[in-house]
Design a protein around this ligand. Structure first.
Ligand SMILES: CC(C)(COP(=O)(O)OP(=O)(O)OC[C@H]1O[C@@H](n2cnc3c(N)ncnc32)[C@H](O)[C@@H]1OP(=O)(O)O)[C@@H](O)C(=O)NCCC(=O)NCCS
Length: 175
């Protein structure tokens, strides 16, 4: 097989608020229009900010910053408000270059600007060790108990259907 390695010396990416005109690009990352539509609705009503990472306007990652109070962690924030970082994602070939960290830091900066004192998230510590390590490195700590965050249907490579239980823990950070 013919094969040769080439390098791209420097590529810059942009993090900005996602707009509805980005939908086609987002669908290449997550092909579920209803999820993005719901996020645009939350953004339009001021309940969330949808941040995306882009190279030449092609989405390479995103995170939904929900500004609704994350009520389940209130016992651990002295009843102070906590925003929620939802579905942080970076496309596979561009992982481990700091983009996930940068998206998280952008959420923190935004919360700071609007005086929300805490930022939290849910992570599955058993199946998503990489994400948990990222959050720990950024100073997030676990609070509360493991809880069932969702149950998802899946079909495996052999066509067998099953259900996946997403057991998560809350992590928070004072920002
Ligand atoms: C979790 C996720 C968003 C992380 O994104 P990412 O862009 O790979 O994250 P980063 O590159 O910032 O950090 C990952 C690691 O790369 C390292 N890294 C960052 N920049 C680097 C660089 N320039 N060179 C080498 N390593 C680097 C980081 O130190 C980090 O190491 P750690 O494992 O010790 O934390 C990504 O793995 C993903 O999309 N996973 C699937 C979706 C998911 O599980 N989301 C989390 C929901 S809770």
């Amino acid at each position: 097989m013919w094969e040769k390695l080439y390098e791209i010396s420097s590529i810059s990416y942009q993090i900005r608020v996602v707009e509805e005109t980005d939908l086609n690009s987002l669908l290449l990352v997550k092909p579920d229009a209803s999820i993005h539509a719901d996020r645009f609705q939350q953004q339009n009503s001021g309940k969330a900010v949808y941040f995306g990472a882009f190279i030449n306007n092609y989405a390479i990652g995103y995170v939904l910053l929900s500004l609704d109070n994350k009520k389940d962690v209130m016992p651990y924030t002295n009843q102070e408000k906590c925003a929620d970082m939802i579905d942080l994602l970076v496309i596979e070939p561009l992982r481990n270059y700091g983009i996930g960290t940068r998206l998280s830091l952008v959420c923190e900066e935004y919360c700071k600007e609007i005086a929300i004192p805490y930022l939290g998230l849910d992570v599955n510590p058993a199946d998503n060790f990489a994400a948990k390590r990222l959050y720990e490195r950024l100073g997030y700590h676990e609070v509360g108990e493991l809880h069932l965050d969702g149950v998802y249907e899946y079909t495996d490579g052999q066509g067998n259907q099953g259900q996946y239980e997403d057991w998560c823990i809350d992590m928070i950070k004072r920002i």
